[in-house]
Design a protein. Structure first.
Length: 155
């Protein structure tokens, strides 16, 4: 199963590319922070990454399978608040969690932080895929190619 959170749809395109490659079902996580704009959004977004609680997801699944992909944006160097909330509020103990993070300039430091968050939640960190995004929505076909290459290298 592929769980994803997106605000400006870039991660959504990446999650769809992942779905095309793996054939796994997609589950979009809804977060009320998506109704905020401007300064209020910026404030809540930063707060959500500083706090271990993250920020609320309205449609949390009751349970997750033993291996999942979790996709979302990087905010201020960390996985976005709704992803942190997801990790903290669903039972992921023993679950293998692969992460796909999108960001303007993803870094190795982002990867290390993300692994820490996963480990603290008691799950088994899987592969971490970092996808660089621009101001434009990524093209699905290009992303499928790029992701395939990254995934093959990680195996
Ligand atoms: C509040 C905020 C903080 C961000 N911080 C980072 C960052 O630290 N590093 C980075 O690479 N991208 C950062 N970005 C850019 C987003 O991660 C990037 O645009 C992402 O692909 C958006 O995904 P989405 O369209 O699925 O919401 C930030 C964006 C926002 C809104």
């Amino acid at each position: 199963m592929i769980f994803y959170y997106t605000r400006t749809r870039k991660t959504q395109v990446a999650a769809q590319a992942l779905h095309e490659i793996t054939g796994l079902d997609l589950y979009g996580l809804d977060a009320d922070i998506n109704n905020d704009t401007g300064l209020r959004f910026a404030f809540r977004a930063i707060k959500s990454v500083i706090s271990a609680k993250g920020c609320p997801v309205g449609n949390m699944p009751k349970a997750v399978p033993g291996e999942i992909y979790l996709c979302g944006p990087i905010w201020a160097g960390e996985m976005a608040g709704p992803l942190k909330y997801f990790i903290r509020n669903v039972d992921v103990s023993g679950t293998k969690v692969h992460l796909l993070l999108t960001g303007r300039q993803p870094s190795e430091q982002n990867r290390e932080r993300a692994v820490k968050v996963l480990t603290q939640a008691g799950c088994q960190p899987g592969n971490i895929y970092l996808i660089a995004t621009t101001g434009e929505l990524p093209e699905q076909d290009l992303l499928v190619e790029q992701l395939r290459t990254i995934m093959e290298a990680a195996d």
